[in-house]
Design a protein around this ligand. Structure first.
Ligand code: DX5
Ligand code: ZN
Length: 219
C-alpha cells in the first residue's frame, strides 16, 4: 500500500495514448488506461491493438469498462494489472485463467451503485479494488460523494488493501476520497486539461497526503 496519484488516459488513438503518457511519465510510476467497448458503457476507446508494446519504465493498470473482459484479457500479454468490473464478468473461471496466462494481475472494480456484497466473493486474489466515483463512460464528470461510505467500509474490512477511487478527482475531492480511506487516486481531466500536468499532479499528491493523514472516516 502506497499513496499514489495515477493519471487516467481515455483516448481513441494510439497516438493520443503515447502523447498522454509522455506528458506525465516523469511524475508518476503508474498509468491507468481506460478501455470502453460501447456496450458496457456508451463510449468507446482504444482497444487491444493500440495496447500492444506500451512504453517501458512504467507500470500499467487497465480499467476494462467492457462486457466480458475475460475475452479481451485473453488477447493481451504483459505484466498489467487488469481491473475488471464485477458487473461485467460472465465467467470468473475464464477470467482468472486469462489473467494468469496473460502474465498480469487481477484488480476488481465496482460502479457507484454496486454494493460491496457483489465484490466480496472476488476479493481473494485481487491486488487492488477500484471504486468508481462517477458512472463510467466519460471523463470530466462530477464526483459522487456517496461512494465514500463504501470506501470507508472497505478500508475497515481491509486495512492493508490498495483501494483506488476513480472519477471526478480534483484537489478538493482528492482530500475527501483519501480521507475516507483511498490510498490511490485516478484522475484524467484535473491533470490533462491543465497546461502543466506536472504541477497538477503535484497538487493532487499534496491533497492525497493531506486527506490520508487526516484519516477522517478511518476511525
Ligand atoms: C471514467 C473513467 C475514469 C475517467 C476519469 O469512465 O474510468 O478513469 O477517465 O476522468 P476524470 O478524472 O476527468 O473524472
Ligand atoms: Zn478509469
Amino acid at each position: 500500500m502506497a499513496l499514489e496519484v495515477i493519471p487516467a488516459i481515455l483516448v481513441k488513438t494510439r497516438e493520443e495514448l503515447l502523447g498522454h503518457i509522455s506528458r506525465v511519465r516523469d511524475y508518476v510510476k503508474t498509468i491507468h488506461i481506460d478501455v470502453m467497448d460501447n456496450k458496457f458503457v456508451p463510449n468507446f476507446t482504444i482497444g487491444i491493438k493500440e495496447l500492444q508494446e506500451l512504453p517501458s519504465g512504467l507500470k500499467y493498470e487497465i480499467h476494462w469498462m467492457v462486457q466480458r473482459p475475460e475475452e479481451w484479457i485473453a488477447k493481451l500479454k504483459g505484466p498489467y494489472l487488469h481491473m475488471v468490473h464485477v458487473e461485467a464478468v460472465e465467467s470468473w473461471e475464464d477470467l482468472l485463467k486469462a489473467v494468469k496466462e496473460s502474465g498480469g494481475a487481477l484488480g476488481v472494480a465496482l460502479n457507484p451503485e454496486t454494493p460491496l456484497e457483489k465484490l466480496e466473493p472476488h476479493l481473494k486474489g485481487a491486488k487492488k479494488i477500484l471504486v468508481m466515483s462517477v458512472h463510467p463512460g466519460f471523463y470530466g464528470q462530477k464526483y459522487i460523494p456517496e461512494v465514500e461510505a463504501k470506501v470507508k467500509e472497505l478500508r475497515r474490512m481491509l486495512p492493508k488493501a490498495e483501494i483506488e477511487v476513480d472519477g471526478g478527482i480534483n484537489p478538493e475531492t482528492a482530500v475527501r476520497a483519501s480521507g475516507a480511506g483511498a490510498d490511490n487516486l485516478a484522475a484524467a481531466s484535473s491533470i490533462f486539461a491543465k497546461p502543466d500536468a506536472g504541477k497538477a499532479i503535484g497538487e493532487l499528491k499534496d491533497a492525497l497526503k493531506k486527506g490520508w493523514e487526516s484519516g477522517a472516516g478511518r476511525g
